[in-house]
Ligand binder design. Structure first.
Ligand SMILES: [Zn+2]
Length: 414
């Protein structure tokens, strides 16, 4: 008989963890990284790992691990996600991947399965970026430096160092969490899709082939503020009209320079001085550009810059931009994508090969080791809200796909 996960235990774990950090007023979960609720969640997870008779540990970045030891010293397989949340979160983002990973290892342990490779569940710290990045996975990949550990703050100016210190943890020890790539054969993560595609197409699971990269710009268009009544239309340097022209050109630029996986969003804009009867002299806006190809991102960057300069010239404006962030797209490992597709077919799951539009720990891990990702549908595409939900049957499907895939990956011949 094929081994299967126990859905009731997954339900119980999800619902228990959902109570940690939940506010009754809005039913949202507030388990932001390194808050008391987050630490309580980490403690709960460690207990579950111990109760499952797995080897529990915490590394220098406060990542929580649970190990099912392999019979050989071949590089290990990591499975995981994160349990920290954004403010007012739902119950599944990150958490589901950790709970499913735990259930897979727990099931294998109970059936007496002996993997060649050590299987390790890992719950990464601060995936949601309270302190600006993906702290836990970046620590594992050796991407942190001592200086930033001393100076990094959250949006309210709280030092990472102080917040960790509050829990008796030395920030600099995060450097010790770095691993050598040769020690890890693969990292695999199950996550909710956080978009509408699987829900709309009625698929139980998605197999991710590429994780989107992105850049964000802060753009300024500077014209001249002037009287809305006395300044004739043709004598204005209206900064807002420059933004309007640019927004209008985005679909054309994506069509000519992007791919069907390109996304561009102006999510924030400020018109100044911001008076009804004044021609806007200044606009500041954000530009968020995503694609799964680095070459396409580069081409889009060039096209947006050209469009903005042309508009600025036409409307007599000054144009400036600053790149605020850049995250490289990461391709999932071909052999793992294929393995996931094969296992999904074997389990007779209705599945779809698709890109990930959101960033995940797998993206950071993918810079160092082969990665794979499983998506399960998000009801109405909703996420980062208490409305976030996935049907239990889809969760069970995704978890069994993870279980079978781990069995395959744990073989030293793979
Ligand atoms: Zn997440």
């Amino acid at each position: 008989m094929e081994i299967r996960v126990d859905l009731e235990r997954i339900k119980r774990d999800i619902l228990t963890l959902a109570k940690i950090g939940r506010r009754e007023s809005d039913r949202g979960i507030y388990r932001m990284a390194f808050t008391d609720a987050d630490i309580q969640g980490k403690r709960w997870l460690t207990q579950q790992i111990e109760q499952a008779d797995l080897i529990a540990s915490t590394d220098g970045a406060m990542n929580i691990s649970g190990e099912l030891s392999g019979t050989t010293d071949a590089p290990r397989v990591l499975v995981g996600s994160h349990i920290d949340t954004v403010p007012c979160a739902g119950a599944l983002d990150g958490t589901l991947g950790v709970v499913v990973g735990l259930e897979c290892l727990r099931t294998l342990r109970e059936t007496g399965f002996q993997p060649d490779r050590t299987l390790e569940l890992i719950a990464f710290s601060d995936e949601e970026g309270r302190f600006g990045g993906m702290f836990g996975s970046q620590a594992v990949c050796g991407q942190l430096n001592p200086q930033s550990l001393e100076t990094t703050t959250d949006m309210n100016g709280v030092l990472l160092r102080d917040e960790l210190g509050r829990h008796g943890h030395d920030a600099l020890s995060a450097l010790d969490a770095a691993r050598v790539p040769e020690s890890i054969a693969a990292y695999i993560e199950l996550h909710i899709e956080q978009g509408p595609v699987l829900d709309r197409t009625k698929k139980a699971v998605g197999v991710v082939d590429e994780i989107t990269g992105l850049f964000t710009w802060a753009v300024t268009l500077r014209g001249e503020a002037n009287h809305a009544g006395t300044t004739p239309m043709e004598m204005r340097n209206d900064a807002f009209m420059g933004l309007a022209d640019f927004a209008h050109e985005i679909p054309r630029i994506l069509e000519e320079n992007g791919s069907d996986r390109s996304r561009t969003t102006i999510g924030k804009a400020q018109i100044l001085p911001g008076a009804t009867n004044t021609v806007p002299g200044l606009v500041e806006f954000s530009l968020d550009v995503r694609d799964t190809s680095e070459a396409v991102l580069e081409e889009l960057g060039t096209a947006f810059r050209k469009a903005l300069s042309a508009i600025a010239r036409r409307r007599n404006l000054m144009f400036e931009f600053a790149q605020k962030s850049y995250l490289r797209p990461v391709a999932c490992h071909d052999a793992i994508v294929q393995l996931l597709m094969d296992q999904a077919s074997k389990l007779e799951l209705d599945h779809l090969r698709m890109p990930s539009g959101a960033a995940h720990d797998a993206q950071i891990m993918g810079s160092m080791v082969p990665v794979g990702m499983i998506f399960v549908p998000s009801k109405n595409g909703q996420s980062h809200s208490p409305a976030e939900w996935t049907a239990w049957s889809d969760i069970e499907a995704g978890a069994n796909l993870m279980l079978q895939t781990l069995v395959q990956l744990s073989s030293a011949t793979n």
